[in-house]
Design a protein around this ligand. Structure first.
Ligand code: SF4
Length: 613
């Protein structure tokens, strides 16, 4: 049972309301925003990139640590202030996402200007919150914000538009969009999306690792954003829209049941066991409801892409069953549940038809994928199926769990050229005693062996990981062990988070005397980042002279003298950058296009490239 959306006011809204969207947090939350935008657009709303034009403002929040909660609250207050200033226009404020799961009742009690709240398990309730009812629009075969059928190279254009964009600037961007659309044989109305990311912490040292604030403002005028069944629940029976996709999968040992959506969503035995011991309980949370989210979107759910052209995320699973004692995500997002493999493949096929060439699979833990559906090595099976889809250039998966990175998964990575040689495996610490209190297990040697094995099976693989410093009970010796591990492991991309004491997480109840002083936590983090800087500088120097495939993203945000791109060894937004200072034989470059390039310079985390062809 999912909770019902709470709407406190009946502020009138237009039949075709203009909706502005602010999306905070991680890519998983961004996909939720894209789904809500798709549902809104499909059911008659107009999406606007400008807060001053919006009659309804939706803030999709994050609340996994205190700083993210604070950002969410600040953003809500900023939008409330905006509503007061532009009272006539902004009629409703809707708060969605993780903050709602944590503080559902408290939000409206403490911020009465909030008209409705929508939790992570009730994305369809965004319609009621916006005063819309499902329209039953006629639809085509794609759930995305797309173009007429038969334009396989169609792409979604993106432009940066700020909240304070003038009419002239917007008109100019829309006109540019139309021109570009013409050049690319895209016959559709303009679409504009802006995304701004900024770190929550010291940008100088933490640019690549800090939690991100992302504001998405999407404008998708009269495009056809229609899903076949826009209001499917996880448990609905779905008639597959592309039955051909279930053949020639090249994935042996597939449980045929997993290709069909059924009326019930199974769960993992581990999740059931942990549920019985209270892992998902929200009893101690004031203002939260007891009901856990159960929602899963599918390939027929309308979705508006907000990522740069050529790239898209696919959320393959939701929720988490792990017992990590510092983490409240299982209480926020519910039990682990996998999407049907057929639905993921159909979504990937649709994305490729839209011109997407890089797909990044996400979930709280992608390596658990399929366990609830009866798969062993489900992620490897899924990768085998996706990697051979015609038109796909790069396939990547994020958020793996260390003891679930299997030999078969690594061999699958090595087997397919399309799978990025990139392993994101958050280790959280290297000291066995800290890992034990974290309820994660493992130790430095086990992790070193895993990294060595990954490097052996997948030559050239890059490793991304993240650590938490200052976890309760972390001694100087534990910290030194972590330092030694980082020195030995030579991690390619590293994030260091400071421990955040979260009410509701098991670690919150650890004795006060075990809590590490904030100053010590900050110092440890700074020292680790300095250590990593040296490691990274050295390893990036080894990139110089390499020829690489580069996905060009556009002009650099840092200077207009340079452009930026990514290799397959850079995940979107989180890793270092590839700056381009020489276009080679080209007058200009086309964002969203792959070029052959050579690395010519290196810096701490970034490299510089020149285009070869
Ligand atoms: S694996 Fe651990 S840290 Fe990650 S979402 Fe699950 S409980 Fe949280």
């Amino acid at each position: 049972m999912t909770p019902t959306v709470t709407i406190e006011t009946e502020a009138p809204v237009a039949a075709r309301p203009k909706v502005g969207f602010v999306s905070l947090g991680c890519p998983k939350n961004l996909v939720d925003s894209e789904v809500m935008m798709g549902l809104l657009h499909h059911n008659g709303a107009e999406l606007t990139p400008r807060a001053e034009d919006a009659e309804i403002i939706v803030i999709n929040t994050c609340s996994f640590i205190n700083s993210a909660k604070q950002e969410s609250v600040n953003t809500i207050l900023e939008m409330v202030q905006h509503k007061r200033q532009f009272g006539g226009k902004a009629q409703r404020i809707v708060v969605a996402g993780c903050l709602v799961e944590r503080y559902r009742d408290e939000i409206q009690k403490n911020i009465p200007e909030v008209d409705a709240v929508v939790g992570t398990g009730e994305l369809e309730a965004i319609l009621a919150a916006a005063g819309l009812t499902p329209s039953g629009h006629a639809n085509n075969n794609s759930p995305f914000n797309i173009l007429p059928q038969g334009t396989p190279e169609a792409t979604i254009h993106t432009h940066a538009i700020s909240m304070s964009q003038t009419d002239g600037e917007v008109a100019q961007l829309e006109s540019n969009s139309m021109q570009q659309a013409g050049q690319n044989l895209i016959d559709r109305a303009p679409s504009a999306v802006s995304q701004h990311s900024r770190p929550l912490a010291d940008p100088e040292h933490d640019r690549e690792i800090a939690p991100q604030l992302r504001i998405v403002q999407s404008l998708a005028e009269t495009g056809t954003t229609h899903g076949d069944e826009p209001l499917n629940h996880a448990g609905d029976h779905i008639v597959h829209t592309n039955p051909g996709s279930n053949t020639n999968l090249g994935a042996p040992g597939i449980d045929s049941d997993a290709w069909v959506s059924t009326a019930s969503q199974p769960s993992r035995p581990e999740g059931d066991a942990r549920e019985r011991t209270g892992r998902f309980s929200r009893e101690s949370w004031d203002g939260a409801t007891a009901a856990l989210p159960e929602y899963l979107y599918n390939d027929a759910t309308p979705r508006i892409l907000t990522t740069p052209r050529a790239s898209a995320y696919i959320k393959i699973a939701e929720g988490c069953d792990h017992p990590c004692s510092f983490c409240i995500i299982p209480q926020l997002r519910g039990k682990f549940r996998s999407r049907r493999m057929s639905s993921i493949i159909a979504e990937a096929e649709n994305l490729i038809k839209q011109g997407v060439r890089e797909i990044t699979l996400i979930g709280q833990d992608t390596t658990c994928y399929g366990e609830d559906l009866g798969f062993t090595d489900g992620l490897a099976t899924l990768l085998d199926a996706l990697a051979v889809l015609p038109g796909l250039r790069w396939l990547r998966f994020l958020y793996t769990y260390p003891n679930k990175v299997t030999t078969r998964l690594l061999e699958t990575m090595a087997k397919h050229d399309t799978i990025s040689k990139y392993l994101d495996v958050p280790l959280q610490h290297a000291s066995a005693s800290v890992l034990k209190t974290m309820k994660r297990g493992g130790n430095a040697q086990i992790f070193l062996d895993l990294i060595a094995k990954a490097r052996r099976i997948v030559p050239g693989i890059v490793i991304r990981t993240s650590f938490i410093v200052g976890f309760p009970g972390e001694t100087e010796a534990d910290y030194k062990e972590l330092e030694a591990f980082i020195t030995a492991a030579k991690i390619d991309w590293l994030g260091v988070f400071t421990y955040s004491d979260e009410e509701g997480a098991k670690a919150f109840d650890l004795p006060d005397e075990t809590k590490v002083p904030n100053r010590t936590i900050q110092t440890r983090r700074r020292k680790l980042m300095k250590l990593q800087q040296k490691i990274s500088t050295k390893s990036k120097a080894e990139w110089v002279g390499r020829e690489i495939d580069l996905l060009v993203e556009g002009e650099s945000e840092e200077t207009e003298l340079l452009w930026e791109g990514r290799t397959s060894l850079h995940a979107p937004e989180i890793d270092g950058k590839v700056f381009i200072n020489d276009f080679g034989p080209h007058e200009t470059l086309v964002p969203g296009t792959f070029y052959r390039a050579e690395i010519t310079e290196s810096h701490d985390y970034d490299v510089v490239a020149r285009i070869l062809e």
